[in-house]
Write a protein that binds this ligand. Structure first.
Ligand code: GDP
Length: 429
């Protein structure tokens, strides 16, 4: 991509491109040669800027797969004056040349990194520009408001009011409502993008590792009859209903002066704090609950209560488990060993995922960066709404809000933010 793209490719290909005959894009079969030997049979596609991905002149070389041909051609290109792109450089150029706005450029990275169906779909929607359009509409409304306000400031001596305070307040309230609606989709957006974090919590030997394996259907966590042997959080990822579910087994939860194990308990706390959902496991044949300190952490969490080792239950046996005082999202009985009831747990996880579905919002915010900009914009607007009698202060708050929204689409964004965004890309995108 770039000014010399065609020229460089011309030097190494059998087909000499006639710039004058060019009507974009053009595709031709050609041979790549190093001047002595033919390296590969390829298809060349020429794009004339601005009608290309980057907005510059671009040539794409479709060669045969494998290591030899591609590496040899890349080396030849470099010998002839090209250089390798930095990660995300193609998309960065597309952004700088106005082919994509920043939120769309980020969606390209989202699409590349998507591991599940829904994450891919969300990124594809963002790439179409729906979020950008919404953000831009709000930003334009703010700019209109600001323009009148600044006019009023220019005429402040004459005490003219171009817009009533009441009208201004209504506009600000409307914008706050729209912003909050978007901000509210982030919970779901983050789930879709980053997955649902589920912590498996329970006394030692409750069957956490066994259950993890049952869900995974493969032996990832170590299962052992010794209490407290699961010292590390073992993570496993499965896809449920198009969304990634990250299951995290926690260390045996009990008071211990054993050094390694108490480290494990600290990590368990952290895992619970970061979890979207907790599976609280109890061995119904030996119904021990985790420590009080751990149970206290669950109060503010969504919890599924899992009564395990159902296979050990005698017919018509009454099970008396001292339940913690927590409101459970669901209660499930199962056997991690025989897998009986594990499908009910999967079902409950799917229900939990759909309960998080914020009204099937069409446009969902999935980037933490966008969420933070929207939240900052909402705060600035809130401040502006309390400054109706102080046009100068109000104008300054509105300008802040305009800038925060502009950071999402890239109208107002610093170089350091751009660097951070594009460095997350893979090479060649
Ligand atoms: P953890 O400490 O909570 O991770 O518990 P483990 O998964 O290591 O299980 C402790 C012991 O209980 C192992 O011997 C498992 O085989 C056994 N176990 C786990 N789940 C069940 C179950 O549903 N039924 C029976 N009978 N045994 C189970």
């Amino acid at each position: 991509s770039g000014e010399q793209a065609w020229e460089i490719v011309d030097r190494i290909s059998s087909f000499k491109f006639q710039v004058s005959s060019f009507s974009a894009p053009a595709v031709k079969h050609a041979q790549i040669t190093d001047g002595q030997a033919i390296i590969d049979d390829v298809v060349l596609t020429w794009f004339k800027g601005p009608n290309s991905y980057t907005g510059e002149d671009v040539v794409e070389i479709s060669c045969h797969g494998g290591r030899y041909a591609a590496n040899r051609i890349l080396a030849l290109l470099v010998e002839n004056g090209a250089r390798h792109a930095k990660p995300g450089e193609f998309t960065e150029r597309a952004f700088l040349n106005g082919k994509l706005d920043l939120a769309q450029a980020e969606a390209v990275a989202g699409l590349i990194h998507a591991r599940t169906v829904k994450a891919g779909q969300a990124a594809a929607r963002q790439l179409q520009g729906g979020l950008s359009e919404k953000v831009r509409a709000m930003r334009n409304k703010l700019l209109d408001l600001l323009a009148l306000l600044e006019l009023e400031l220019d005429f402040s001596e004459e005490d003219i009011e171009f817009e009533s305070r009441q009208h201004r307040l209504e506009t600000l309230n409307l914008l706050t409502g729209q912003l909050n609606e978007l901000i509210g989709t982030f919970r779901r957006g983050r789930l879709v993008r980053e997955g649902l974090r589920v912590a498996l919590v329970g006394a030692p030997n409750a069957g956490k590792s066994t259950l993890l394996n049952a869900i995974l259907q493969e032996d990832r966590a170590i299962v052992s009859p010794e209490p407290g042997t699961t010292r590390d959080v073992v993570e496993a990822r499965v896809e449920l209903d198009g969304i990634e579910v990250i299951l995290q087994d926690t260390a045996g939860l009990r008071k211990s002066d054993h050094h390694i194990e108490s480290q494990g308990i600290t990590r368990t706390r952290k895992t619970i704090e970061l979890a979207d959902l907790v599976l609280l496991l109890v061995d119904e044949s030996n119904p021990l609950l985790p420590d009080e300190t751990i149970l206290n952490l669950l109060g503010s969490k969504s919890v599924i209560f899992v009564q395990n080792k159902l296979d050990l239950r005698q017919k018509s046996q009454e099970i008396a488990i001292n339940r913690p005082k927590i409101t459970f999202f669901r209660e499930i009985e199962l056997s991690a060993l025989t897998h009986e009831g594990v499908d009910r747990l999967n079902q409950a996880l799917i229900e939990f995922l759909s309960s998080e579905d914020t009204a099937q919002a069409e446009i969902v915010v999935s980037e933490a960066r966008h969420h933070d900009c929207l939240t900052a914009a909402a705060a600035s607007i809130q401040r502006a709404a309390t400054q109706l009698a102080e046009p100068t202060l109000m104008a300054s708050d509105l300008r802040d809000a305009v800038n925060h929204l502009g950071e999402i689409t890239g109208e107002s964004v610093g170089e350091s933010i751009l660097d951070r965004i594009f460095s997350k890309f893979c090479i060649g995108k």
